[in-house]
Design a protein around this ligand. Sequence first.
Ligand SMILES: C[S@@+](CC[C@H](N)C(=O)[O-])C[C@H]1O[C@@H](n2cnc3c(N)ncnc32)[C@H](O)[C@@H]1O
Length: 478
Amino acid sequence: MQTHPDRLATLATLFGLRPAPPERCRVLELGCGDGGNLVPMALALPDSTFVGIDVALTATARGQGLVDALGLGNVTLLAQSFESWWPEPESFDYVIAHGVYSWVAQDERDRLLAICRAALADDGVAYVSYNALPGGHVRQAMREMLLFHTADLAPRLQTQLPQARALLQFLREGAPETEHGALVRREAERMLAQSDASLLHDQLAPFNDPVYFYEFAAHAARHALQYLAEADFFEMQIGAASEQTVEALMGVENVVRREQYLDFLKGRMFRQTLLCRAEVAIDRTPHPEVLERLAVSTQAQPQGEPGLDGKQAFTGPTGSTLTTDHPLVIDALKRAASAWPAALWVRDVLGPQATPDDRRALCDALLRSYAANLVALHVHPPRPTTTPGEAPRASALARHQALGGEMVTNLRHASVRIEDDLGRRLVTLLDGTRDRAALTAELRSFLSEQGRPVPDDLPDSLERSLQGLARLALLDGT
Ligand SMILES: C[S@@+](CC[C@H](N)C(=O)[O-])C[C@H]1O[C@@H](n2cnc3c(N)ncnc32)[C@H](O)[C@@H]1O
């Protein structure tokens, strides 16, 4: 989600750039793996073009299989290292490198940033994620323990992984009730929950060298790139801190230094940094009026009814809250919440009668809500439907993915899990050609073929499932 051109363009717009519209843009991904990130975007943005590069032949071949199965003509996956490739100058609007920078050697990092600079068009945006310090120190210590323990073993899944897991269990069970023990137990627990592939990539890979943000920003500057923002706007906020702390941080004029002190306070261990060309003029104070050009979506729910003072609290899924007594803001947030998973244009929420005061109040409140991770903002809003039509349709990608596993990508570019096989079967059937009677008949024969009982209320349960899939942003509204 954080790498989607909509996200990158929205943040760039807030910071005064004029980025390319996501619906007609050129995207490059360095280290694209099997195209798990690019392919859903390419399907959703048919007039944009996507190029992915990865040195892992099996991954790109898997990705090419998916591209062919979906008949996509706007994605090119190149099976080569990015050291052996160079872009046409300024030929991309967005460059993505997710999970690559801190996992490769210094000369590859250099090449990665050099390509970002060469490839980016004027108001282009690069997304680069990496493990960060000081938060990464504890994980670094864990990695060193794992490397020590597995040093004599062949670097293969079959030999290293069981031993890595054995050491993590030993640490989880044996760490004493001290501050150090608590840290070790928490990290061991987290790593044990990781998949084999993530454990191997995150902890046992040849390189995993977190960097301080100031080091990353200095490296970017050597390639004529500058810090624009974090892909999660709320990560740039100071959050709950004393007045003195806020004042001290706000007194640091240099944005890189200020963000570095913020990392010291937060113990940040991972960053998803957006960069742009060094010569671009950035307006670092987002102006609320820009929101009139954007759309808003939210899962925030009102908490009870407004009090006697008219105050209404809204809480989001991550626990963040906003309290307001402004009737227009209360109404707007309620309308946006009921439109979820789709988005509403802020100008439509305001309507033609809105006064300048109304507009200021709503845009201010939405900007604060964005900073609190209570709403998402969009230049190119997702278009899932909230009401399944006569012949509901899931995206071709979700239908394809549901044939092979539990994880499918929704129309908000997020992964969602469909655990039961009847639900997955239903998704594969939603190609826009079947009405409810046809869907019920297909599900009935699926259950009968498996010798399972067919519930009497199958049509009702189908309706509930369709509503559930719509809520998960899996049904196409276009
Ligand atoms: C953790 S994976 C991330 C994959 C993808 N970006 C994602 O988010 O799912 C890192 C990828 O970078 C690729 N990679 C590492 N060094 C590379 C290089 N020098 N040239 C091209 N690809 C590279 C690896 O093969 C791997 O697929």
